[in-house]
Design a protein around this ligand. Structure first.
Ligand SMILES: *[C@@H]1O[C@H](CO)[C@@H](O)[C@H](O)[C@H]1NC(C)=O
Ligand SMILES: *[C@@H]1O[C@H](CO)[C@@H](O)[C@H](O)[C@H]1NC(C)=O
Ligand SMILES: *[C@@H]1O[C@H](CO)[C@@H](O)[C@H](O)[C@H]1NC(C)=O
Ligand SMILES: *[C@@H]1O[C@H](CO)[C@@H](O)[C@H](O)[C@H]1NC(C)=O
Ligand SMILES: *[C@@H]1O[C@H](CO)[C@@H](O)[C@H](O)[C@H]1NC(C)=O
Length: 953
């Protein structure tokens, strides 16, 4: 029972991580953990029920990602530190069809060998006592796979392709181990491209036009066990990515492949599965093996080949192909086509089968036809390749997506035939650059910008160029695409006409191969000239794989915050939130001086852009070089998500050591998935925030601190204060203030109640008036008012006046019906008439009239230890247990009442006059403090009450 409880505390929803933010939880885990250990049970942290999550192939411990197979000594941070007798491992376990990772920690203390010497020693940072010369060291844990150990991008293990048809050899089973019956009625097929880059596997797919977007993607091993699973579309098959929508590609990334899986990939033992249908009702799946093909390294175009109209759909059911197309324009242009396919053979054709590959333009003109032979036809995968010269004009047709590739049986050319359009390469990529000047000299106007382009599914170039800080009624002289290959620097396209409102957005339909080649080789530059040749910004478009952050609809331009930086300093950043509420980001910087090396990316979250608004800061990552790509390991906190949704968020590039902000931007257009707005995170306040700021109040577009008070803008009689994030307001009635003869009631602007003024003198300039300031508010001489108290509002039983000598005098109101609603239960006096004590009530909850409250960290320390707010002077709260007299402005320290602060609550009591004191008051001329509290009124009352009680017995 206890064990189960522990487990549900230690692990959160995905089953592979230990709650990291709350060190308390970890603490608790280990506490109970040790208890269990002490009772001699297996010291294992078991994970009761891991829920399916997108990414399960890694462990998260603390704030770190641990790879499958790794081992480490847990460091719980302050105050516990490193537990040297504990060993944690990220192990893989199988749950039905899924292979998931989980953290398993155990004590290694009882594995310590018996020391062989008389006086073994415990070395620092170790668990076992050892003797000199000991070689078996169970407590030295080799983290087999270190974090920074990244497999170099092996050129031969970088590119993979997959052809997904019904002829896959992979037998898929459901969770109950029953074979899945595939119902691919429409003969949907797909083809994938995979790029392994920095431990991440990027994927992209072209899918039959007739199919909707698949719902899930799984990477599986040959037994069909799920290694990784991604959800690809929202309910209804939608995709929020603009790029994926415009290209009809399916794009994504599997981040941080564990070592074993990297090997599986290299050995071509990994499979990919796309699934259609809803969560409840699976429709059909397609699967394929990830294979290496040499041609992938130079692929520029791809094709998805489906049975042609007229093909025999009985013979060709569920078959298809893909082509990997490369071109070369050195010397004379040529084309290379590799076709991976199945389904073109009759059962009789088993050896040296001829096939016909043709390339046609406009369905009529045959550009190329070639006969190839398949040595040993296979049901699942066959590969044929051709190379051929190609004319410049056909190359142009190719670039513009006008060529159709067919592959057909020579024996049955019409009924066994696959064909498809040659399209932009299936890999999801875009090309981007910040636009920067070569220094301040060449950019007096200080303009900056960014650009990104990509090819859509029609082969058109979609471009977006942002140019900032250009005079609104000025147009850039020109915005061009230039070929920077060699020394040519040719201008290829003029984008100037599409410039509007800071942007040049557009599409180049009739793309020339002249643009494509420098684009893919990283030699295409965007040039912007504003005003004169003295203001040039430019950048070379760099290819980037599209996934996560670059799925955002647009990047943000990071501009100089500090004008002492050279005008060349500029950055661009992509930010996106996934459905698990993790933020992904990708930042590229350029033009910063060499001195600005140690930088970090951070976000500042505000509810709105108003003075005093509370904020929180999240430091994301340090930036190495000019490039940062990353994501949060934990989901964003609820409050951060709501700021992204409806508030204001700034992106900042700061110098780590000086904390100076170098580049900055507002983060707009980050869509917060609905699923994230309702998540429950038990979050602690983030850095840069004191917990109290969260409780401040927003009112009339301004923020007020806790216990701050203010007068309503619309109504001078209304005062408000802020407590626990809530605004409390009260409207004051005007106290009775009859004017003597010869005086008129006059109300001055900004004041709540009229004052009496000489009937013969006209005063209309209240600022010239004399007056008193009370609680930060002005009262002209003669004004009467009720003091405003926190938390009760206006004290209608106290009347204060700013008198002729410009001093505030306050007194309790007696014999007033309104006031007596708040009075103590009536006590009967001797003669039967009620007289309320005019000085003070016997118990008051909080002391009294105060100045505005200022917060000092020392004060919050006292408050956090159970101290009480001193509403007279916020910087001096009362300590827990402290006894004090309340301070009443205009009355001073009121010694007849003594208060005690007890765990944040103030309880007060009035000085108790004994009979003896009352008597001595009568008969002595002493005037001690004690005696002065025993007013005649009070003594009379006490006396009377006592007598009445006695009478009752
Ligand atoms: C997706 O693409 C279609 C056609 O290309 C377009 O009409 C639609 O507006 C796009 N949707 C989004 C969300 O970009
Ligand atoms: C290949 O097919 C094309 C068109 O389908 C046809 O024109 C050509 O003659 C065929 N070539 C061979 C060798 O069968
Ligand atoms: C250009 O595209 C960007 C990014 O999609 C968009 O924010 C901007 O409003 C567009 N500008 C114009 C003038 O269309
Ligand atoms: C009002 O002002 C006049 C002239 O200054 C003075 O004579 C008169 O006594 C004042 N009346 C009162 C009630 O103060
Ligand atoms: C005071 O009241 C009288 C009578 O209503 C009026 O005649 C006089 O002008 C008033 N004086 C001022 C200063 O408003």
């Amino acid at each position: 029972m206890k064990m189960t409880l522990t487990n549900s505390f230690c692990f959160d929803y995905n089953g592979s991580r230990i709650a990291s933010r709350s060190i308390l939880l970890v603490l608790l885990c280990f506490c109970i953990f040790f208890c269990v250990d002490a009772r001699g049970r297996t010291p294992l942290i078991e994970d009761p029920s891991p829920k399916i999550r997108n990414k399960a192939a890694e462990c998260i411990f603390g704030n770190e990602v641990r790879e499958l197979g790794s081992a480490w000594v847990p460091d719980l941070g302050v105050p516990i530190g490193v537990l040297y007798c504990m060993k944690c491992e990220c192990i893989q376990i199988q749950k039905k069809r899924r292979i998931v990772a989980k953290v398993q920690c155990r004590s290694i203390k009882n594995e310590c060998p018996e020391p062989s010497c008389a006086e073994p020693v415990l070395l620092p940072e170790r668990c076992c006592k050892t003797c000199p010369g000991d070689t078996y060291l169970p407590d030295v844990i080799q983290d087999v796979i270190r974090h920074d150990m990244v497999d170099g991008d092996d050129k031969n293990a970088k590119h993979y392709a997959a052809l997904l048809t019904d002829r896959s050899s992979l037998q898929l089973r459901n969770d109950n181990n029953e074979p899945i019956i595939n119902d691919n009625k429409n003969n949907v097929i797909a083809t994938g491209r995979f790029t392994f880059h920095k431990r991440n596997l990027y994927y992209s797919f072209y899918i039959s036009d007739k199919a909707a977007r698949p719902r899930t993607l799984q990477f599986v091993n040959y037994e069909g066990h799920i290694l990784e699973e991604h959800i690809l579309s929202d309910v209804g098959g939608h995709v929020s990515s603009r790029y994926q929508n415009a290209t009809r590609k399916v794009c994504g990334v599997w981040k941080r492949l564990p070592k074993d899986y990297r090997k599986m990939l290299r050995d071509e033992r990994m499979y990919v599965v796309l699934g259609w249908g809803s969560k409840e009702q699976a429709e059909f799946t397609l699967s394929a093996q990830l294979m290496k093909y040499v041609a992938l390294g130079t692929e520029l175009f791809s094709s998805l080949l489906e049975p042609s109209p007229g093909a025999d759909m009985n013979l060709m059911a569920g078959s298809g192909g893909t082509a990997i197309v490369s071109i070369s324009t050195q010397l004379s242009p040529s084309i290379h086509i590799a076709v991976v396919f199945n389904g073109l053979f009759t059962p009789e054709e088993i050896h040296q089968v001829p096939l016909n590959i043709t390339l046609t333009f406009d369905d009529r003109k045959v550009i190329l036809t070639e006969k190839v032979y398949v040595q040993k036809p296979a049901t699942e995968l066959n590969l044929v390749e051709i190379s051929s010269p190609i004319s410049q004009s056909d190359l142009r047709h190719l670039t513009r997506g006008k060529l159709v590739l067919s592959i057909s049986s020579v024996s049955n050319p019409t009924i066994l035939k696959l064909s498809g359009m040659i399209m932009t390469k299936a890999t999801c990529e875009l090309f981007q650059t910040p636009l920067s000047s070569s220094g301040t000299e060449g950019n007096k106007l200080g303009i900056s910008g960014l650009a990104w382009v990509y090819l859509n599914n029609e082969g058109s170039l979609v471009y977006n160029v942002q140019v900032d800080d250009v005079n609104p009624d000025e147009k850039p002289l020109y915005i061009t695409l230039n070929d920077m290959t060699g020394k040519k620097r040719l201008e290829l396209e003029d984008l100037t006409p599409s410039f509007n409102n800071g942007w040049a957005n557009g599409t180049i339909d009739k793309l020339s191969p002249k643009v494509l080649e420098p684009l893919y080789s990283g030699n295409l530059a965007v040039n912007v000239v504003v005003n004169s040749e003295m203001n040039i910004i430019r950048g070379r478009l760099t290819p980037k794989l599209v996934a996560d952050a670059r799925d955002a609809s647009a990047p943000v331009l990071l501009k100089r915050e500090d004008n002492t930086l050279p005008a060349s300093a500029v950055g661009m950043g992509w930010f996106v939130l996934d459905n698990d509420c993790h933020l992904h980001y990708d930042v590229t910087l350029t033009g910063l001086p060499n001195s600005e090396k140690s930088l970090e990316l951070s976000l500042k979250f505000l509810p709105m852009s108003v003075p005093g608004a509370p904020y929180s800061i999240r430091v994301l990552d340090p930036i190495q070089g000019n490039q940062l790509e990353g994501g949060t390991i934990e989901p964003l906190m609820k409050e951060e998500l709501s700021r992204l949704d409806t508030g204001v968020v700034f992106v900042k590039i700061r110098n780590i050591s000086t904390k100076d902000i170098l580049l900055k931007s507002t983060l707009r257009e980050v869509k917060v998935p609905v699923s994230c707005l309702s998540i429950q995170t038990n979050s602690l306040p983030s850095e840069g925030d004191s917990g109290e700021q969260h409780k401040s109040c927003n009112y009339d577009n301004r923020y007020y601190q806790v216990d701050e008070r203010w007068t309503s803008v619309d109504n001078p009689c209304e005062m408000c204060f802020c407590q626990d994030g809530k605004v409390h307001c009260d409207i004051s009635p005007c106290p009775d203030n009859p004017c003597p003869k010869g005086m008129n009631k006059t109300k001055f602007p900004g004041e709540c109640c009229p004052v009496c003024r000489n009937a013969t003198i006209h005063e209309d300039k209240p600022e010239l008036l004399r007056g008193c300031v009370f609680n930060g508010k002005f009262f002209s001489v003669g004004a009467v008012f009720h003091p405003f108290l926190i938390p009760t509002g206006f004290d209608r039983c106290t009347k204060c006046e700013c008198d002729e000598s410009v001093v505030i005098k306050c007194a309790r109101i007696v014999d007033n019906k309104i006031c007596c609603n708040n009075c103590q239960p009536p006590a009967e006096s001797e003669n039967g008439t009620y007289v309320s004590d005019p000085s003070l009530p016997v118990v008051i909850e909080a002391p009294i009239y105060n100045k505005s409250v200022t917060k000092i960290s020392n004060a919050s320390q006292i408050l956090s230890e159970g101290g009480c707010i001193n509403s007279y002077d916020g910087s001096k709260p009362y300590k827990n247990g402290q006894t004090f007299h309340p301070y009443i402005e205009a009355l001073g320290e009121y010694k007849c009442v003594t208060c005690t602060c007890n765990n944040g609550n103030i309880k007060c009591h009035r000085f108790e006059c004994t009979r003896k004191m009352c008597r001595s008051r009568k008969y002595s001329n002493q005037s001690t403090q004690e005696l002065s509290c025993c007013s005649s009124n009070f003594c009379r009352k006490r006396h009377g009450r006592r007598r009445k009680q006695n009478m009752g017995y």
